[in-house]
Design a protein around this ligand. Sequence first.
Ligand SMILES: OC[C@@H]1[C@H](O)[C@H](O)[C@@H](O)CN1C(=S)Nc1ccc(F)cc1
Length: 387
Amino acid sequence: LNNGLARTPPMGWLAWERFRCDIDCKDDPDNCISEKLFKTMGDLLVKEGYKDAGYEYVNIDDCWLTHSRNAKNQLVADPTRFPSGITNLSSYIHNLGLKLGIYEDFGTKTCAGYPGILFQMDTDAQMFADWGVDMLKLDGCNVPTELMPYGYPEMGRALNRTNRPIMYSCSWPAYLAGGPKLPDYQAIAQSCNLWRNYDDIQDSWDSLKGIIDFYGDDKGNFSMFAGPGAWNDPDMLIIGNYGLSYDQQRVQMAMWAIMASPLLMGNDLRHIAPESKAILQNKNVIAINQDPMGKMGKRVIKNNDIQVWTRPVMPTGSYAFTIVNYGVYGTPAKLNYKLSDMGISGAKSYLITEVFDGGKIGVHTTSDVVTYTVNPTGVFMGKAIPQ
Ligand SMILES: OC[C@@H]1[C@H](O)[C@H](O)[C@@H](O)CN1C(=S)Nc1ccc(F)cc1
């Protein structure tokens, strides 16, 4: 979507995967969906160095609102859990130098059963703008998919009519996944700044593998529609939660960088292990994710437990690449590849580095055989720079 926003994949924090629809502020005051939670996460983005690393958006997800609209047909934030209101919350977030995101659903109700925006798009778009909201995630529960080619572009136009820059995340294609018809990625990319293509991420290695494989298959060539202002969204980063090992957390960070994915953390910034924080704030990996060309990486090799992805990055003619090992055969895999095997060519020789730690592997021609060591359920992330 050409609205000047999301020129690189958005970075920030999103409540859903970790905090879900916990509305019990009586018995679970520290984890319920409340203004306090979002203010706390905003504070920590600043205090813990995430803002400096590029993380900017603090995003509310489902379950923030009351079960009915007010007399003026407007959406209302739950008064017990958001006593100061959304405008106060956005001011707080803006004072931190951050941006606020909110959630709604193009349908009669949200997925958790709260009022949806169907038939109220202009009222709701204006409400979000008046509240000082900077991003909207529009879900697609409780509406026939036949209405989506109308509804998602129309809500984008409604947001535009407010004259407030609001980044627009669409769940539209995710509701068509596995269906008879391929999504219209051209229309989606013209209407949205980012779009969910596939199932929700859950806190597990299996869930992560399922998403990586869906994106590797690239059905409908959705990777071609990614670029500045328009991103495929494989869902939240679950680094720092319960389900991934250290190596598997590195896999997600490396793959989200290669896929030019939004980096929206779905975790608890109050309880992050140091090695998880280091992965989330790794400058070299974030630089690949934020590469200004905005070209989405693609899977170029897949055989059994090994897959290789490459992504064109700056400086011109350079490539980032990942070698992912799904294998669980205990010893690290020693894998031999020529750069030409990965589709990397064009220069006489390349400097190859390891991205996470910046270590030099060496200078190689595209036909040199290079041996990479990849841990079980782990990743090697490299960069090849023309010499
Ligand atoms: O409620 C919103 C939630 C998150 O926003 C996900 O990112 C969306 O893809 C959809 N979504 C879903 S399906 N939530 C949900 C899932 C199960 C349930 F019983 C109640 C709500």
